[in-house]
Write a protein that binds this ligand. Structure first.
Ligand SMILES: O=C(O)COP(=O)(O)O
Ligand SMILES: [Mg+2]
Length: 222
């Protein structure tokens, strides 16, 4: 792979590889309705995504005054159960994602997913979309235990190790991703088309892409 600067490329899932906000937003709204809260417009659900499912629901409920912990736990469980049944209803890869994965695979680059979703959901969605075989490893928000999800560096290091080591780059859409990459000392590309919690150029990434068409050139110039 003398002509390509990376042995491994790791991808965030929600807002980077996959457009997931419709299914996530519907699951949040399912829980909000059960709890007697007002639902969020699906188009704005992307503002809640990044820190994992629990933070996503907590943000939606806190915006409406909050709730006591026991009731939150019930609604959170209901949301997860609903999402587990509907996580691939509308979820799809971003335009150009598959083509970019094909190009990387043809170069012999190993591919990883590093997400704050539960690993079981991530694997289920990748399976439903027929993408599982493309990735050498999948690290979820719960894979390594408490305090070891993004923005901690551990999931990126775990992916690097599980992919057999070598030079790795990460592609993500939020400050959880760039924070993890900085902490892990891994070069990072920000996906401006995703669910960015800040404007992409403020995410402290080494490069910003507007679509998957920009990915390979960005990796080549990192
Ligand atoms: O589900 C979330 O909130 C975050 O998931 P991601 O790490 O794949 O963006
Ligand atoms: Mg994301």
């Amino acid at each position: 792979m003398a002509d390509f600067p990376f042995d491994i490329v790791a991808f965030d899932l929600d807002g980077t590889l996959l457009e997931t906000h419709r299914d996530l937003g519907t699951a949040v709204n399912h829980a909000l309705t059960l709890g007697g809260f007002v639902t969020v417009p699906i188009g704005t659900a992307s503002d809640l995504i990044g820190g994992g499912a629990k933070i996503m629901l907590a943000r939606a409920i806190d915006a409406q005054g909050g709730i006591e912990e026991d009731r939150f736990r019930q609604l959170y469980k209901a949301m997860l159960a609903y999402y587990g049944e509907h996580y691939a209803d509308h979820t799809q890869p971003y335009p150009g994602a598959i083509e970019a994965l094909d190009v990387l695979a043809a170069k012999g680059v190993r591919l990883a997913v590093v997400t704050n979703k539960f690993e079981s959901f991530a694997r289920g969605i990748l399976g439903a979309l027929d993408l599982s075989g493309r990735f050498d490893c999948v690290i979820g928000g719960d894979t390594l235990g408490k305090g070891k999800s993004k923005p901690a560096p551990d999931p990126l290091w775990a992916a690097q190790e599980q992919c057999g080591g070598g030079r790795m780059a990460f592609v993500g859409d939020s400050s959880y991703d760039t924070g993890a990459a900085r902490a892990a000392d891994v070069p990072v590309i920000a996906a401006a088309y995703g669910y960015c919690d800040k404007p992409a150029h403020e995410l402290d990434a080494d490069a910003v892409i507007d679509s998957f068409a920009g990915l390979i050139p960005a990796l080549e110039t990192l």
